[in-house]
Design a protein around this ligand. Sequence first.
Ligand code: ZN
Length: 139
Amino acid sequence: MWVTTHFFAGAALAGAVRPRRAPWVGMASHAVLDAVPHWDYTRDSRRRYWAALDVAVTTVALVGLLGTGRIGPKQAVGGLAGALPDLDVLGAVLPVPDSPRLFPSHLRGFPHGRAGMKKGILVQVGLVLLALRCMRKRG
Ligand SMILES: [Zn+2]
């Protein structure tokens, strides 16, 4: 799943827990979301552009949400912890050595969800909107 989706989900969920649990909730949400059928750009020929867009959107979201007070440091930590495990797949999108995967949902045998591009993108946009709605409810 995209870094952006993991960031938004981790940030939204971290809003419901104590600060010290925020990173763990973010990381746990990463594993759960990777099982949801979605489209990953790691096998697409334009994966470097998708990855740049993904990281840029996440960065703008982090700065924007923090800057407007929509999220606090706890949610930022949860969101970043949710996105962090995707460093594991860096070798799939950038010309860096592809090292062995470490995060459980990136290992062979994990029921990684897959969907076509259109459906897979819609699922992720829906999850981001749901996360935004949860952030709004908490104020
Ligand atoms: Zn992942």
